[in-house]
Design a protein around this ligand. Structure first.
Ligand SMILES: CC(C)(COP(=O)(O)OP(=O)(O)OC[C@H]1O[C@@H](n2cnc3c(N)ncnc32)[C@H](O)[C@@H]1OP(=O)(O)O)[C@@H](O)C(=O)NCCC(=O)NCCS
Length: 182
């Protein structure tokens, strides 16, 4: 596999990124009715691509993931983070997350919040985020999804996260999750 390159999203990629988000969501095995209900929330307009600090990951000239970051300091919101299904588990999510955190830190954000698909929560815990609550899904009435928060103040110059109390607990939570799923 070629190296991963990150760059700003472009307005004309709105449709491509919306389709990628829906395919990526499908990774968790939802049925078509569920995905149809999510479509509106996962659809990006050209204006959103321009104004939501969208960053895409490209490998071998193909877009394989992206994120969108909104908010005003001190509160950043990770709106989207999606990886193309055939690239899930290959480090794209980690690189995009790290980039989002670095951008957020450089803009003066002190925390990032995000509403996660339950399937993605172990990834965010592995990245150092913690759950701060449950919120109603924006797509499915009656469904609650985890809200997670990440403390940007832990990011040291160069973008590397420093040690934080509780990391050990988060690591063992992750191990428990993984061992349950083999
Ligand atoms: C969640 C998502 C963005 C993660 O991206 P990814 O490219 O698959 O993640 P990476 O390969 O960079 O994984 C980084 C680390 O996170 C952890 N991790 C990732 N997915 C995990 C999972 N499902 N369970 C447990 N740990 C996980 C691993 O520790 C991994 O480290 P490793 O390489 O040492 O194993 C990706 O799986 C995805 O797009 N999923 C479908 C759409 C979705 O739910 N997006 C999030 C919406 S909130």
């Amino acid at each position: 596999m070629g190296t991963l390159q990150l760059r700003a999203g472009r307005r004309h990629e709105a449709r491509l990124l919306s389709d990628l988000a829906l395919r990526s969501k499908g990774h968790w095995g939802y049925d078509q009715a569920f995905l149809d209900a999510c479509r509106a929330e996962l659809t990006l307009t050209p204006e959103q691509v321009e104004h939501q600090r969208v960053t895409v990951a490209e490998r071998d000239g193909r877009v394989v993931g992206f994120y969108a970051l909104t908010g005003q300091p001190p509160n950043g919101v990770l709106e989207d983070l999606f990886v193309e299904p055939d690239h899930i588990g290959t480090g794209v999510g980690r690189d995009l997350w790290q980039h989002a955190v670095e951008v957020a830190a450089s803009l003066g954000f002190q925390r990032l919040t995000l509403d996660a698909d339950p399937g993605a929560e172990p990834f965010y815990l592995a990245m150092g985020a913690h759950r701060c609550g449950l919120v109603p899904s924006g797509s499915i009435p009656g469904r609650a999804i985890p809200r997670l928060e990440y403390d940007i103040s832990r990011v040291q110059p160069g973008g590397r996260p420093g040690p934080q109390q509780g990391d050990r607990g988060q690591a063992s939570d992750l191990q428990r999750v993984r061992s349950r799923h083999g």
